[in-house]
Design a protein around this ligand. Structure first.
Ligand SMILES: [Zn+2]
Length: 268
């Protein structure tokens, strides 16, 4: 059986990128792609572009709305859901992610059954991001959010780069917290480093996670790169999982199974 992959972290920068991106995915094992919109304040028109792409190729693209935690509220979230968005992306807040002002939005996402993906850690220093305080996006805040809302599915991007220790301990203790490894992490860190951080399994008694899972059941595939580089990220994940000698079952979880459960796709 051919391998299936879900890419849980991708962007669409412009309409001109739509065809190259869609064509590039057709040449890989990737069968679903989460397109993460960026809020209007940072990237005008991007949410509309992402939704349009998902409407044109619904069998491939899953649209997540870029949500402005400092300008929008629960009514906006309901409207986005009604528009067709299937999840939520957060980045660049003015306050730490676990600020009480933001909690009603997370509670509403939970009620609506929308998974939420947080950019974590440092962010690229580009002109429209020059005011961003990366400290507001520390992974430890997701521990607070995930434990307060155990029914909410929470995804942290980039394994919290560079705050890996916070990220990994957070998902050990919260069954509803997951991470992708997109970004520069797999270029600078090898299997030993990541294996040391993602170490627990049902056999590691009494130091197991409360839900009895392996650490690698909390890791999902995400690329976050231009079309021509997606295959390179797949190779990086392969090299990592080969280096750790992960079981076929855990590899399938990383490539597809865990993402499918998050998106409600079933085992397929
Ligand atoms: Zn991204």
């Amino acid at each position: 059986m051919a391998r299936k992959i879900i890419d849980m972290h991708q962007h669409l920068g412009s309409e001109a990128d739509f065809e190259p991106l869609t064509t590039a995915y057709a040449e890989t094992d990737i069968v679903k792609v989460v397109l993460l919109g960026i809020q209007c304040r940072r990237w005008p028109g991007n949410n509309e572009l992402v939704l349009s792409a998902a409407q044109r190729v619904p069998e491939l693209y899953v649209p997540f709305v870029g949500f402005d935690l400092d300008a929008c509220g629960v009514d906006d979230l309901v409207r986005y859901r009604d528009d067709g968005f299937r999840g939520v992306k957060f980045i660049g807040p003015d306050q730490p992610y676990n600020h009480p002002d933001y909690m009603p939005v997370y509670e509403k996402a939970c009620e609506l059954g929308l998974p939420v993906l947080f950019h974590l850690g440092i962010v690229a220093n580009k002109p429209s991001w020059s005011d961003v305080n990366s400290n507001n996006m520390r992974p430890i805040y997701l521990d607070h959010i995930a434990r307060g809302l155990p029914e909410l599915t929470v995804i942290g991007a980039h394994l919290g780069n560079p705050w890996y220790e916070e990220a990994t301990m957070g998902c050990r203790w919260n069954a509803n917290l997951f991470y992708d490894l997109s970004g520069s992490t797999l270029k600078k860190k090898g299997p030993q480093f990541l294996g040391d951080l993602l170490w627990w399994s049902p056999e590691s008694k009494p130091y197991t996670s409360p839900d009895g899972t392996c650490a690698w059941e909390k890791i999902i595939f995400g690329s976050d790169v231009a079309p021509a580089l997606v295959a390179d990220v797949i190779s990086d994940y392969e090299r990592l999982m080969d280096g750790l000698d992960l079981s076929p079952k855990l590899r399938e979880d990383v490539w597809y199974g865990t993402g499918a459960r998050i998106l409600g796709l079933g085992e397929g």
